[in-house]
Design a protein around this ligand. Structure first.
Ligand code: FES
Length: 87
């Protein structure tokens, strides 16, 4: 598991192995717009302010992935914890 942190209020949210970041945020009262929920459409794209995502989508280009300033929380996870999100 890993954690994400909300920039707006500093809140830290645990993401367990069996849930997506979108699901963990939803439980914490933060709704991310989603469509495919499979890493294909880009609808859920969220800015990353610090930390390194574990990109598991099919949407971002290799160059976009390498910058690590956004990720797709319906399917991607984190290599470092917490991942600070612009939320
Ligand atoms: Fe489609 Fe996340 S909802 S990429």
């Amino acid at each position: 598991s890993f954690q994400v942190q909300l920039k707006s209020n500093g809140r830290i949210i645990d993401v367990s192995e069996d849930q997506s970041v979108v699901e963990a945020l939803e439980i914490a009262g933060v709704t991310i717009p989603v469509s495919c929920e499979q890493g294909l459409c880009g609808t859920c794209a969220t800015r990353v302010l610090s930390g390194i995502p574990d990109h598991r989508d099919y949407y971002l280009s290799p160059a976009e992935r390498a910058v690590n300033d956004q990720f797709l929380p319906c399917c991607s996870r984190a290599r470092t914890s917490p991942l600070v999100l612009d939320l």
